[in-house]
Write a protein that binds this ligand. Structure first.
Ligand code: ZN
Length: 360
């Protein structure tokens, strides 16, 4: 009975009656697991090796020679071939076997939940109705590069659980797990913090009411895009009614979504071009589930190839979801979805001849 144990540990022995005291009791119980091992400590079965690195960089399309050529790596100041920083977690992932073991335990009638802090916290959150999960962010810090021959050990600690927070997805708790990677000498190599949100799923939206002059309840706002130094020009442009596409100032190649460097020539210099918004549907999906209350379903979303030569993802509006097709001509429409946010959506283009611009 993990709930009882944890509740007693906090000294909250009374059965809470009000919502606030229930929240406080749960939060107190969750906090008791902070700083405790999140799961088993795991040491890599095989040392860091060239074949795994090669598969990774080929899959990623990363041709930096420091991952494959010792001379090139030394020329960059490393002692030899290094592993890509983003492989950190891959070295200690247990993969299919861990899932198979959990499945076998479940089939044998054993509780799949162990003694680890992460398991206990998840049980508490499940019992309190926070049954949905989304990964929110992952931060890594390195003390030195991971190199060929390293045999890393990963030890995870449940670092923190947030108080209950209201989010666009629903009310929930952020759970942060810290994994410390050490080498065979026990020296620290890197630290990874992985944060998830466990939230209480919102009730499905009510069926649309018959059209009436009764004001509809205020709609849940759309999720906010993550606006950064790199992409703020794009969203500012939309607010001003301009669809701006990032262009490499050195070689002229367009790129979207915005990012700091040109993939073609590696230049950090860039400017923008204003797109006409004309394009064609390169690919699309029609989303039915899961339904988020800020959207209407079925929801067609397209990858649009702009006539300037780059692609953009956007909602399709003014179209029967069943009638969307690849190659369909579309026109961008900048829609102020609320006071703060304008997004580029796409509407089927007026067929030639049907509009005033036809034949222009
Ligand atoms: Zn370039």
């Amino acid at each position: 009975m993990t709930t009882t144990d944890a509740t007693e540990a906090t000294g909250a022995t009374e059965a809470p009656e009000g919502a606030d005291s229930a929240k406080a009791a749960l939060f107190g119980a969750l906090k008791t697991y902070e700083g405790k091992p999140a799961g088993p400590t795991f040491t890599m079965a095989d040392p860091v090796n060239q074949p795994m690195i090669r598969h990774w960089v080929e899959a990623m399309g990363d041709e930096n020679p420091v991952y494959a050529d010792a001379d090139a790596a030394r020329a960059e100041g490393f002692g030899g071939v290094i592993a890509p920083a983003t492989m950190l977690q891959a070295w200690v992932m247990r993969g299919y076997r861990a899932s198979a073991e959990a499945d076998a335990a479940r089939a044998a009638g054993e509780a799949p939940v162990g003694e680890w802090a992460q398991d206990r916290v998840f049980v508490l959150l499940d019992e309190a109705g926070f049954t949905s999960v989304v990964a929110t962010n992952c931060d890594q810090e390195y003390r030195r590069p991971v190199v060929l021959g390293d045999r890393l050990t990963a030890a995870s600690v449940l670092e923190s659980v947030s108080p209950e927070k209201a989010t666009a997805l629903g009310d929930g708790h952020f759970v942060t797990t810290r994994t410390d990677f050490t080498d065979e000498a026990g020296e620290p190599v890197a630290t990874m913090r992985f944060r998830i949100l466990r939230f209480r799923p919102k009730a499905a939206p009510a069926a649309p009411a018959a059209p009436a002059d009764v004001a509809a309840p205020p709609r849940m706002p759309r999720p906010r895009p993550s606006i950064t130094e790199d992409n703020s020009f794009f969203f500012e442009g939309l607010k001003q009614g301009r669809l701006l596409i990032q262009r490499c100032a050195s070689c002229g190649v367009l790129r979207h979504p915005p990012r700091p460097a040109c993939a073609e020539c590696h230049s950090l210099e860039w400017d923008t071009v204003e797109s006409s918004g004309r394009g064609t549907v390169f690919s699309f999906v029609v989303v039915h589930h899961p339904q988020i209350p800020s959207f209407d379903y079925p929801l067609p979303i397209a990858v649009v190839e702009l006539e300037e030569g780059t692609r953009l993802v956007g909602d399709l509006v003014g179209v029967d979801p069943g009638a969307v097709s690849i190659g369909m001509a579309v026109q961008a429409e900048l829609v102020a979805v609320d006071d703060e946010l304008t997004l580029a959506m796409f509407r089927p283009a007026v067929p030639p001849g049907a509009g005033t611009r036809g034949g222009a």
